[in-house]
Ligand binder design. Sequence first.
Ligand code: PEP
Ligand code: MG
Length: 930
Amino acid sequence: MAKKYVYFFGIGAAEGNMKMKDVLGGKGANLAEMAGLGLPVPPGFTVSTEVCAIYYRNKRRIPEEVRREIEKNLRKLERAVGQSFGDPRDPLLVSVRSGARASMPGMMDTILNLGLNDRTAAALVAKSGNDRFVFDSYRRFVQMYGDVVLGLKPVHKDDIDPFEAIIEAKKHERGIKGDIDLTAADLKDLVGRFKAAIRQKTGHEFPEDPMAQLWGAVGAVLGSWMNERAIAYRKLYDIPEAWGTAVNVQLMVFGNMGNDSGTGVAFTRDAATGENVFYGEYLMNAQGEDVVAGIRTPLPIARLKNDDAKAYARLEKIRRILEKHYQDMMDIEFTIQQGRLYMLQCRVGKRTAFAAIRIAVDMVGEKLISERDALSRIEPDQLNQLLRPIFDPAEREAAIKSGRLLAKGLNAGPGAATGRVVFNSVDAEAWAQRGEKIILARIETSPEDIKGMNAAEGILTARGGMTSHAALVARQMGRVCVVGCGELAIDYAGHTMTVKGRTLKEGDWISIDGTIGQVIEGQINTRPSEVLQVLIEKTLDQAKAPVYQTFAKVMKWADKYRTLRIRTNADQPDQARNAVAFGAEGIGLCRTEHMFFGQGKIGPMREMILADTLEQRRAALAKLLPLQRRDFAGIFEVMASRPVTIRTIDPPLHEFLPHEEKGQREIAQEMGIPYEKVRERVESLHEFNPMLGLRGCRLGIIYPEITEMQARAIFEAAAATKKKGIDVEPEVMIPLVGHVRELADQEKLVRATAETVMKEQGVRFKYLVGTMIEIPRGAVTAGEIAAVAEFFSFGTNDLTQTALGVSRDDAGRFLIPYVEKGIYAKDPFEVIDRDGVGQLMRMGVERGRRTRPALKIGICGEHGGEPSSIEFCHLIGLNYVSCSPFRVPIARLAAARAAILNAPKAAAKAMKTPEPAKKAGQVKKAGRKR
Ligand code: PEP
Ligand code: MG
């Protein structure tokens, strides 16, 4: 059988369905699904995504067999609607739209009203009796075709659209302001002027033949897959180039046929807050693009009840049908043509993190989805947005009182952002690259602006509604966004913005609140989110914090499904307290060396390093002992009976001494020793590669008295805490072990110290001695190490460094290009390199547990807070992950998703490295050791 490239859809029946997104693209698959459900979809056909690749292989030509299939389906469409293409009496008009597998809003091209020419336009005037409508449709068609197919576009970033310039000139000549004031004759004249401009500036003639128009449009839509903004978008969202776009050719329905017609876009729930209300906008007597382009400010969907009660009721019914069918919040586009409702699109709606979480939680309550579904739908990183700052209310109030409120707009993307204003996308990127926080202000945004929008803290537009391009894209990116601030007069060429008689220049500070839609002059400090106020600051009552309540439900469900335990990396009692508030179940890594930088400790630490004899060193360590003991006791108390892993000193000693002369002279003076002595000691401690030098367990082996002091401090604190009735169980962790004998050496010391302290204190407590697995030899010989170690914790920062032979400190310079070239799919210091480091981990787990089946194993490298790495830890059977306090909620959710999404069958597949993805700017600076 010949290969099928084109799929037809009509009322009540379709050749495709929603599961065929790969072939039909999202739009095509959902049109087919809606048609199959019997919803009022204008009939048409979808050219499959496969054709896109063929088109490019075929030197951007549509192959003959595809042409034939398109022609066949066009005939079928003509029969279905009883009109034909180019018919001078009753012409068929179609729209031609792109539609990739993943939604790429506005990134590719669309052409409406195709089939119009001077003859069919005349026929339509006769048929509809509405010449204004016909010539408005005609001029739009020529405008879109001229732009998309024939390439008449603005040249410079500050230029306005050449067609808009012609319209403005015409309005000026006629002394009118709005597009709506243009008469049929004006619009007919514009058609002529547009065609002339196309001829003059591009050298192409606008094609009158509808078939030629169709081939041009299909080719242009396929061609738009490779336009600059589509490529940029794909890069940003990891969409493979090979997917291609489908092309949807569909009967035109008109929302601009008079006051009984209209068009709108809507979400089945509030896409900003998640509230279960119908949320959208419409315009009567308008065509689809008017609503999203932000030219006229649309009306809230609830008002449609007044304009067309029947259509509104039908739409409400469809809203419920779609949510029940798709079990999700949907984004729909509709048109009313002379009182008849048509569905033009539906897809799963983009939403803010707030909305995603609330919708998932509400839908469980409404029995539409299960708790598992809800958890699978919330991306762990979305929780970050719940933890985002808001403006300090007092500061905001003071700013408003002093007259700094510049404008009010629509609250399109929640959160608070402050930054310096810039007026175009190119500048936005450049300023952001210089490290400036910026707010991008535009009259309205277009897909060309996505790079600038991505670079901005917040986005502000003068025009447009809640479903405008700016609003949609900002929400998807998680940017703060205020749209439709009609009072702003933005002058692109002058790089200024005037509002209420005040003029702001590029670079001036402004603050925008995307939760309530305010624009305020100047900089305003931010305050933590509701969740933080309840959990951390304890300044807000949870009963008054609906966002927190939703967050808490998600966390409760996550805890029910996850099998991984979640610990935190903390070395101060307040950090530990925050982590517990976020749900940490223990400490997975307490870096004791961080404590040495605390109050009063660095002095004795330096004395210890500068000591010449063992006695001197012991004397300095004796000063450190009570200080460390106090720190440990503080942590044990906060953590109550939760497990606490304390690591003995790790970094090379030179890190505790100043490297410049000034600092060295200062400590020489403080300690009453000659400067030369300090300098000489610093020089003697110098290492060519301190990452592989005298650090980790090697320090404790060379200077056993350091380990002894630390173990004593830990156990004395444990004894004191136990005496207070708290059941402590410290876990002493030895870093950088590669050979079992290294661990055995340190273990002996630790155990001897424990016995001594228990005897001295007259109290017994449980404790464990374990090790970090963070160099390859440790992983390979894990079986032997486990004979001594009672637990393992993967130090994946060092393990990545040593396994890849890539220095943590120097990687930033070349890892960005590495990731861009796809050599590593992701920065391996951020996301575990499953095929390399991951295999060492797996080996460590298997060999370790072969020796000691109940071996407790965790991870405490930075990967312990990263969702994909957490999934890997789940898959290889770790007991816990440990991450920084503020990532604990993310880790809880990621662990639950790992458990849910990796039912035993899926596990084998997930063990593989994720698809390589080139994501520019994704590489984080690996960071110094400390
Ligand atoms: C690690 O190496 O992963 C680790 C947690 O230790 P550090 O970052 O302190 O070297
Ligand atoms: Mg380490």
